[in-house]
Design a protein around this ligand. Sequence first.
Ligand code: SAM
Ligand code: SF4
Length: 365
Amino acid sequence: MTEELHDGFGRGITYLRIAVTDKCNFRCVYCMPSEGVAPRAHDELLSAEEIARFVRIVAAEGVRRVRLTGGEPLVSHRILPLIRDIRAIPQIEDISLTTNGALLPKLAPALKEAGLDRVNISLDTLDPAQFSAITRLGRLAQTLDGIDAALAFGFDPVKVNCVVVRRLNQDVFELAKLSLERPVHVRFIEYMPIGNEETGADRAHDVAQDTPSRGSAAADPHCPGGVDASLWDASDTVPSAELRDRISQAAVAAGIGALEPAGEGTGPAGAGPATYWRFPGAAGTVGFISAMSNHFCSSCNRMRLTADGAIRPCLFSDAEYRVREALRSGDDAAVAAVWHDAVAHKPQEHQAIEGTERFMSQIGG
Ligand code: SAM
Ligand code: SF4
């Protein structure tokens, strides 16, 4: 088995997140403009064959785990053949997928059969009106049905990801309680002010579209009077410690009992940078990902591949290494050389987050 490749700071690079597409059937206010991302020429995006070939090449360089994300990976017609091709790569030990869940009831059996190991489902609220305001095009029942389908078809673990934004005042205790009866792992993620209406991504998009800058959500044709993400800033990041205290206090008041550390090795597989807790006697866990308040750069083992074929060593840095042309040249050594260059230039840590040139849906969150 190949040795893992190390970056300039000694971190072994074993994990690749792939934005299979930048399109989506939802339009979450913190992730995408209401009209969706600008359409791209077909040949600007990597084909499923090109993505699978890339994975084969970097698997030979030490990558062991792959996450398929986007955009919404399940709107891509090539998702099943892509998973089958990646499954056939002997070095790849784990294939996971991040989804809004809406298409899981339809696709879960085929995804399982193709070789997908596990899913993360995004769910920011259990309030149907707030869900529609955040996702613009989504309905709460779709995502809840998606969670049920993931459990019914035996994906393990099933993680539910919730981005917490202070001014949304989400029902975090109700969300955490999803872990009481069912083996789901509800993870709260600090909101990252990246690629929303106020950042370079938005400005770049407006210039490309020749449209006036978006203002309040009242002007949003999909969600009149909806959530206005252009107002969100760093003060909307709720530190994980504060959130955990809030959920724990609500659980004590409800007679459930305070959150307890889930303990070493008792969190779900593929734990990554989350810390896990559990209500007494609960079937699942409650996790916290402190993307903003606690940098986990020193243990970051991940690289990203964008839908248009750029390797991105850090979510928060716009430095990218174009690999599409090398892939299309048919020269595997040229692809591996771009990978080595990108890994060698993975930054030690990210600095203040001021927004990037891309939306989250284009980077592969
Ligand atoms: N469509 C899929 C989904 O929603 O799960 C996969 C792509 S989405 C970009 C991946 C994750 O990024 C989602 O959980 C989403 O909530 C999260 N995300 C998007 N923008 C974010 C932001 N500004 N801060 C924190 N998380 C964000
Ligand atoms: Fe789509 Fe996921 Fe972005 Fe929401 S967070 S718009 S579901 S890609």
